[in-house]
Design a protein around this ligand. Structure first.
Ligand code: TRP
Length: 354
C-alpha cells in the first residue's frame, strides 16, 4: 500500500495538474504541528488521507500559523513542523498525488483571513466551544489569534474552494463557521463564489485506537506512556505495552472484558493477524489468558505493523535535500491555487486594481 520512498526521484508536477483537477472535488486538511504522530493518528486520520489522495484534488498542509496562538519557541516550531512533515511522508502521503505544504509558505491565506475577519462577529467567535475551552485552560493567554482561530481555518479551506474536509468530531463547529463565513462573503458580494465545505470520512468508519492507560482514546495529552508513537523504537514500544494496566484475569468463562482489557484487544484487532486475535479471545473466554504473554504478542505485532513506516521516518529525516524539494514543490502547487482565489476575491471586494 505504501509507496517506497525514493530520494532520487524528482516528483513531476503533472503539466495539466490544475486543468484536469479543477473538475475534481477538493479536499483540504490541516495538520496540527504539535510533533510526533502516534498509532491513533496513523490508523485514524492518515490511512484516510492515503485513500483520498488517489481520488481527489488534495491539499494537506501543516498548520504552523495556527500553532502560534500558544507561542512556541522558534526552535520548537521549526522542529515540530519538520517532524510532522517527515512522518506524513513516511506514512505514505505522496507529494506526486497530493499537495503537501506548510501553511506559512502560502501567505495568501493571511490575506484571505484578513478579509474574512471583516465579516466574522465577536459574538459568534466567543461562542465557539474551542475558544471557551482554551479560555478556561489558559486564562493568561486569551489572545485575538485564539479568538479568530476559526477564521484562519475557514481561510485555509476556502483558499482552495474545498468541499471535503477530513476532520474529527471536535472540528465540526469550526466547519460550520467556515460555511457561515463563506456564505456571508457570497451574499455580501452577490456571487456564488465559495462552495460549502463539509466534514468527510472516506466511506468507512474511522478506526479508533484506544490508549494504553485504559481510560480512552490514544492521545498525547493523556501522557507519554499512553501513546505509542510511529517513531518509537521497538524497545520503547515493548516497555509501554508491558506497562499497560491489566488485572489478575477473568474469573468466569465468557466474562465481559473491563475497559482497560477491551482496549488492548481493540488495538490487537488492528495490528495483529485475525488468528492471533482469535487465539487470545479464546484463552480469555476460557479464563486461561496470561496477560504477560498477551502483551508480549501485542507489542511484537505493533512493532512489526509499524516497522516499515519507522524505517522511512529515519531515512527521510536524514535527507534534507529531499525534504526541501517536497516543501518547495508543495508551496508552488498550493500557491497556484491560492493566487487564483485571491485574484478573484480582491476583484469581488473591489480592492483597487489600476
Ligand atoms: N483546527 C484543526 C485541528 O485542530 C487543524 C486545522 C487548521 C484544519 N486548519 C484546518 C483542519 C483546515 C482542516 C482544515 O485539528
Amino acid at each position: 500500500m505504501i509507496q517506497t520512498y525514493n530520494k532520487n526521484y524528482t516528483y513531476p508536477i503533472p503539466q495539466n495538474y490544475f486543468l484536469f483537477s479543477r473538475h475534481m472535488e477538493t479536499v483540504v486538511s490541516g495538520i496540527r504541528s504539535t510533533g510526533k504522530l502516534h498509532l491513533g493518528n496513523y490508523y485514524g486520520a492518515i490511512t484516510n488521507f492515503l485513500e483520498m489522495q488517489n481520488q481527489y484534488r488534495c491539499f494537506f498542509f501543516i498548520a504552523d500559523l495556527h500553532s502560534l496562538t500558544t507561542h512556541p519557541t522558534p526552535h520548537d516550531l521549526q522542529s515540530n513542523v519538520r517532524q510532522v512533515l517527515v512522518e506524513y511522508l513516511a506514512a505514505g502521503i505522496d507529494p506526486e498525488k497530493a499537495t503537501i505544504y506548510i501553511q506559512s509558505d502560502v501567505i495568501e491565506v493571511a490575506e484571505l483571513y484578513l478579509y474574512l475577519n471583516m465579516n466574522a462577529y465577536l459574538g459568534e467567535l466567543e461562542r465557539a466551544t474551542s475558544f471557551k475551552d482554551k479560555v478556561r485552560a489558559n486564562p493568561d493567554n486569551i489572545n485575538a489569534g485564539l479568538l479568530t482561530y476559526p477564521v484562519l481555518m475557514a481561510a485555509d479551506i476556502l483558499l482552495h474552494k474545498a468541499t471535503k474536509v477530513p476532520v474529527g468530531k471536535d472540528q465540526e463547529q469550526h466547519l460550520e463557521m467556515a460555511r457561515t463565513f463563506g456564505n456571508r462573503f457570497n451574499r455580501l458580494y452577490k456571487q456564488e463564489y465559495f462552495p460549502e465545505p463539509y466534514a468527510y470520512n472516506h466511506g468507512k468508519q474511522l478506526v479508533k485506537i484506544p490508549g494504553l492507560d485504559g481510560k480512552g482514546k490514544m492521545g498525547k495529552s493523556e501522557g507519554e506512556a499512553n501513546a505509542v508513537y510511529l517513531s518509537d523504537d521497538a524497545e520503547t514500544i515493548r516497555k509501554k505495552v508491558m506497562k499497560a494496566v491489566t488485572d489478575s484475569g477473568p474469573t468466569e468463562p465468557n466474562q465481559t472484558k473491563p475497559d482497560y482489557i477491551q482496549n488492548l484487544f481493540d488495538i490487537m484487532k488492528v495490528v495483529s493477524p485475525e488468528d492471533t486475535l482469535q487465539h487470545f479471545e479464546n484463552l480469555y473466554n476460557r479464563c486461561e489468558i496470561r496477560y504477560g504473554d498477551f502483551k508480549k504478542q501485542l507489542a511484537a505485532d505493533m512493532i512489526s505493523a509499524t516497522a516499515e513506516v519507522r524505517e522511512r521516518i529515519h531515512a527521510i529525516s536524514a535527507d534534507d535535500a529531499y525534504i526541501r524539494k517536497v516543501v518547495e514543490q508543495g508551496a508552488e502547487k498550493a500557491h497556484e491555487s491560492a493566487r487564483s482565489t485571491l485574484k478573484d476575491v480582491r476583484e469581488l471586494i473591489g480592492i483597487r486594481k489600476f
